[in-house]
Design a protein around this ligand. Structure first.
Ligand SMILES: Nc1ncnc2c1ncn2[C@@H]1O[C@H](COP(=O)(O)OP(=O)(O)O)[C@@H](O)[C@H]1O
Ligand SMILES: *[C@@H]1O[C@H](CO)[C@@H](O)[C@H](O)[C@H]1NC(C)=O
Ligand SMILES: *[C@@H]1O[C@H](CO)[C@@H](O)[C@H](O)[C@H]1NC(C)=O
Ligand SMILES: *[C@@H]1O[C@H](CO)[C@@H](O)[C@H](O)[C@H]1NC(C)=O
Ligand SMILES: *[C@@H]1O[C@H](CO)[C@@H](O)[C@H](O)[C@H]1NC(C)=O
Ligand SMILES: *[C@@H]1O[C@H](CO)[C@@H](O)[C@H](O)[C@H]1NC(C)=O
Length: 659
C-alpha cells in the first residue's frame, strides 16, 4: 500500500515536473563551451567559451541560436507568454564603428536570405519590413543609418519584422555615455509581460546591475508576431568596416525572471587596444632601467618630433563627431606617409591618395585639401559629418575626416575603377559598352534622386559631372563629392559671387543668381547624360570654334538623326532606343528654362521605362513643344557678365578650382 502510494506520488511529481519543464523553459550560460548552440555564418565559440558572432572579415554575418525550439504560445491563436532574457555582450572595433548586434526571436534556426552590413544579418532588401517575417529583435546598433531612421550612431531599438525600429533610444546607462563602443562588456535585459503586453529593454555596463528604469518600453502585443514555436538567438554582421561581436553570457526564462548572470563566471575577452607587447620587453625592463635616463631623453626628443609630425586640430565642438574623426597618424600610416606612389589623382581642391587602414585593412581614398580660412570651419565639418550619414548604393561613402592646421582631410571608400571621365573622352584605352554606361546612368540618377528627395533634407549636389562619378569594382557608378561644393564657398569674399560647380555644367540661372537648386542639378545631370552617350566633353574647342555639346546634339536631332551624336566608340553593340532616350532626356534636362526641366523622380521613371514615355518632343516645333535652348547665349552672357571673356581656360579653372 505504502509502495503504491509512493509510486502514485512519484507519478504526480513527474507529471508536475514535466508540465513545469514544458511551460517554463529556462537556461543560463556563463560562456558557451558546452552550450551546443546552433551556429551559422562566421559565428564561432572560441576556445575559452566566448561566442564570437563576427570577426574582422568584411561583409559577413554570424548567427547563434539556442538549439531547441521555444514554445512561446499555448496555441497558434493564443497569446505570447511572458519571458525574460538577459545577456552580456561586447563589441570590438579595429578602426571605425559600424553596425552592431541583435537579440532575436525568429521562426527558424537561422535567417535564410538575410544580408550583412546594415541589415545586421536579420533581413534583406526585399523582405525588410514584411509582416510575414515573424521576427522580433532588439538591436544594439553603432551606426546611424538614415535609411532605417536610426536616431544616432549608438542606440538600442526594438525591431519588429524590419530594420526600422518601433522605438529606440540612445544607448546608455545614463544619457550620453557611450557604452557599446568602448569595447567593455555591457549587460542587456529584455522583459516581456504577456498580460500587460509590455516590452522593457534596459542596459548597463556590467557590474552596475539592472537599472531601475528601463531604457525603452513599448506596449505591443507580440502574439501576432511570434509563432507558437520560435527560436531564440543572436545575430551580427560586418560591412566593409568590421567589428568583432562577442556574447559572454546569456540567461533566459519563460514565464518568470531570468536567472542572474554571475559576472565572475564569464569568460575573459581578448585584451583591448593594440596588439600585445612582446614578452621580451618585460624581461629586458630591469636592464633598461639602468639606462633609462638616456632613453627617456631620447624618447622625449623623438616624441616632440612625432607630436609635431602628427599634430592635428581638435576643438571642443568636434567631440560629438568622435566616430567620424580620424587620427592624422592613422591616415598617415594608411597612405604610407602620403607617398606620391599612392596618389590617385588631383582634384580641384587637393590631392587624393589611396590608403589601407592599418587595422581593418579597409581600402580608403583620402582627399587632402588645404584650407586657409578658419571661418566657417564648424559648419563645414558639421556638413561633412551629416554627409557621412548619407548612405545610398550610388553615393561614394564618406567615412570621416581629419583636420590639421590649414588642412582638411576627407576619407572616402576606395573605388577601384576610378572616375568615369577617363573611360569617355579622347581615345580612352578602356571604354565602357552601352549596357555598362546605361547602368551607370541609372545608378547616378537614383543617387541624385536620393539626395534631392529621399533624405531628411534636400541635398543639392552642385557638381554633377562625369569626373565626379566613380566606379566601384563591379562598375557601379557612384556619385562623389556630394554637397561639398557649397562648402567651398565658405570663406570666399561675400562681395564676389564665387560659384562653386564646373563650367559647362552650370545652368544659366545658376550663373546669373549664384543660387543652386535641385533644378540646377538636373541641368548638370542632363549635360552628364549627353557626355556619357556622346563620349565628349560639354564644351570643346575645334579649330578655335567653341562647340557646346547640347547644341550639337540638338543640331543632330534637327537633322532628324539624333543617333549621329552617339559615341563612335560604342561600336554596334547598343540599344538604339536607350541611346535615343538618354540623348533626348539629356536635352530635356539641360534646357535653359528651369521650369521646363523634369524632376529627378521623373528622370528616374523615364530611365526605368516605368510605362512613362518621354513627352513627345520635336526639334522642329520648338516653341510648341516648349523645348528651349539658349546655351550659346547663356554662355556668352555668362562670360561677359563676369568680365572674364578672354579664355575658357582661365574661366574654367577659376570655376572648377584648378582644372
Ligand atoms: N573614392 C575614390 N576612390 C578612388 N579614386 C578616387 C576617389 N576619389 C577620388 N579619386 C580619384 O582622384 C581624382 C580626383 O578626385 P576629386 O578631387 O574628387 O576630383 P574633382 O575635383 O574633379 O571632383 C579623381 O579623378 C579620381 O581618379
Ligand atoms: C573569421 O571567421 C571565419 C570562420 O570562422 C574564418 O574562416 C576567417 O578566417 C575569420 N577571419 C578572421 C579575419 O579572423
Ligand atoms: C546539439 O544540437 C543539435 C541540433 O542543433 C542536435 O542535433 C545534437 O544532438 C545536439 N547535441 C548535443 C550533445 O546536445
Ligand atoms: C494554456 O492553455 C490552457 C488551456 O488550453 C490554459 O488552461 C492555460 O492557462 C494556458 N496557459 C497560459 C500560460 O496561457
Ligand atoms: C530575402 O529573404 C527571403 C527569405 O527570407 C528570400 O526568399 C529572398 O530570396 C531574399 N531576397 C534576396 C534578394 O536575397
Ligand atoms: C517595465 O518598466 C515599468 C517601469 O519601470 C514597470 O512598471 C513595468 O512593470 C515593466 N514591465 C516589464 C514587462 O518588466
Amino acid at each position: 500500500m505504502v509502495v503504491v502510494l509512493m509510486c502514485f506520488k512519484l507519478v504526480i511529481l513527474f507529471v508536475l515536473v514535466s508540465l513545469a519543464v514544458a511551460e517554463d523553459l529556462s537556461f543560463t550560460y556563463h560562456g558557451f563551451r558546452s552550450a551546443n548552440l546552433s551556429l551559422d555564418g562566421i559565428a564561432e565559440v572560441t576556445s575559452n567559451g566566448l561566442l564570437k558572432l563576427t570577426n574582422e572579415t568584411a561583409f559577413k554575418m554570424g548567427h547563434a541560436f539556442y538549439p531547441n525550439p521555444v514554445t512561446f504560445k499555448n496555441s497558434s491563436g493564443g497569446t505570447v507568454f511572458s519571458f525574460s532574457v538577459t545577456f552580456v555582450f561586447a563589441m570590438r572595433y579595429p578602426d571605425l564603428r559600424d553596425h552592431g548586434i541583435a537579440f532575436i526571436i525568429a521562426p527558424t534556426r537561422g535567417l535564410p536570405g538575410a544580408s550583412s552590413s546594415q541589415y545586421l544579418g536579420l533581413f534583406n532588401r526585399t523582405n525588410d519590413g514584411s509582416p510575414t517575417n515573424h521576427v522580433f529583435a532588439v538591436e544594439l546598433d553603432t551606426f546611424k543609418n538614415t535609411e532605417f531612421k536610426d536616431i544616432n550612431d549608438n542606440h538600442v531599438g526594438i525591431d519588429i519584422n524590419g530594420m526600422v525600429s518601433e522605438v529606440s533610444a540612445p544607448a546608455g546607462y545614463y544619457v550620453g555615455e557611450r557604452v557599446i563602443t568602448n569595447g567593455q562588456p555591457v549587460q542587456v535585459w529584455v522583459d516581456y509581460d504577456g498580460s500587460k503586453k509590455q516590452i522593457n529593454v534596459s542596459m548597463s555596463p556590467v557590474s552596475n546591475g539592472k537599472p531601475y528604469i528601463p531604457l525603452l518600453s513599448l506596449t505591443r502585443d507580440l502574439s501576432p508576431i511570434l509563432n507558437e514555436i520560435m527560436y531564440i538567438g543572436f545575430s551580427a554582421s560586418t560591412s566593409k568596416l568590421t567589428a568583432c561581436a562577442y556574447v559572454l553570457g546569456w540567461s533566459f526564462k519563460l514565464n518568470g525572471q531570468a536567472e542572474e548572470i554571475v559576472l565572475s563566471k564569464l569568460p575573459k575577452l581578448p585584451p583591448l587596444g593594440p596588439k600585445k607587447r612582446s614578452k621580451h620587453l618585460t624581461i629586458a625592463l630591469p636592464v633598461i632601467t639602468g639606462s633609462s635616463v638616456l632613453l627617456a631623453l631620447l624618447y622625449g626628443v623623438h616624441f616632440a618630433i612625432r607630436r609635431k609630425k602628427f599634430a592635428e586640430l581638435l576643438e571642443d565642438w568636434e567631440l560629438e563627431y568622435g566616430p567620424q574623426r580620424f587620427k592624422y597618424k592613422v591616415l598617415y600610416i594608411a597612405t604610407k606617409g602620403f607617398r606620391e606612389k599612392e596618389l590617385l589623382g588631383k582634384g580641384g581642391f587637393g590631392k587624393v591618395y589611396k590608403g589601407i587602414l592599418p587595422n581593418s585593412k579597409a581600402e580608403i581614398a583620402v582627399k587632402r585639401e588645404s584650407h586657409e580660412s578658419r571661418q566657417g570651419m564648424k559648419e563645414f565639418v558639421a556638413e561633412i559629418v551629416s554627409n557621412g550619414r548619407l548612405r545610398h548604393r550610388n553615393l561614394v561613402p564618406l567615412l570621416g575626416y581629419c583636420r590639421r592646421e590649414g588642412e582638411l582631410l576627407l576619407v572616402y571608400e576606395y573605388m577601384p575603377n576610378g572616375s568615369l571621365d577617363k573611360y569617355l573622352y579622347g581615345q580612352p584605352t578602356v571604354t565602357l559598352n552601352w549596357s555598362q554606361r546605361f547602368r551607370v546612368i541609372k545608378g547616378v540618377a537614383s543617387g541624385l534622386l536620393y539626395l534631392h528627395e529621399e533624405w531628411d533634407q534636400v541635398v543639392i549636389h552642385r557638381d554633377v559631372k562625369a569626373s565626379n562619378v566613380l566606379l566601384d569594382g563591379e562598375w557601379n557608378g557612384k556619385l562623389g563629392d556630394f554637397g561639398l561644393a557649397r562648402l567651398h564657398d565658405h570663406g570666399a569674399d561675400p562681395q564676389t559671387t564665387h560659384i562653386a560647380g564646373t563650367f559647362g555644367y552650370l545652368a544659366p540661372e545658376h550663373t546669373r543668381s549664384g543660387r543652386a537648386t535641385t533644378s540646377t542639378d538636373v541641368f548638370s545631370f542632363g549635360v552628364f547624360l549627353l557626355e556619357v552617350a556622346c563620349g565628349r566633353k560639354p564644351i570643346e574647342t575645334h579649330d578655335s570654334e567653341v562647340v557646346i555639346l547640347a547644341d550639337w546634339v540638338f543640331c543632330c536631332w534637327k537633322r532628324s538623326n539624333i543617333l549621329e551624336a552617339k559615341d563612335p566608340n560604342l561600336g554596334t553593340e547598343f540599344v538604339a532606343e536607350e541611346v535615343e532616350l538618354v540623348l533626348k532626356l539629356g536635352l530635356l534636362c539641360s534646357q535653359s528654362e528651369p521650369a521646363a526641366r523634369p524632376s529627378m523622380r521623373q528622370v528616374v521613371q523615364y530611365l526605368e521605362g516605368d510605362h512613362i514615355l518621354l513627352p513627345e518632343l520635336s526639334p522642329l516645333g520648338v516653341s510648341a513643344s516648349g523645348l528651349s535652348f539658349a546655351h550659346k547665349e547663356s554662355f556668352e552672357e555668362f562670360a561677359t557678365g563676369t568680365g572674364l571673356s578672354h579664355s575658357y581656360a582661365s574661366e574654367s579653372s577659376r570655376l572648377s578650382g584648378g582644372r
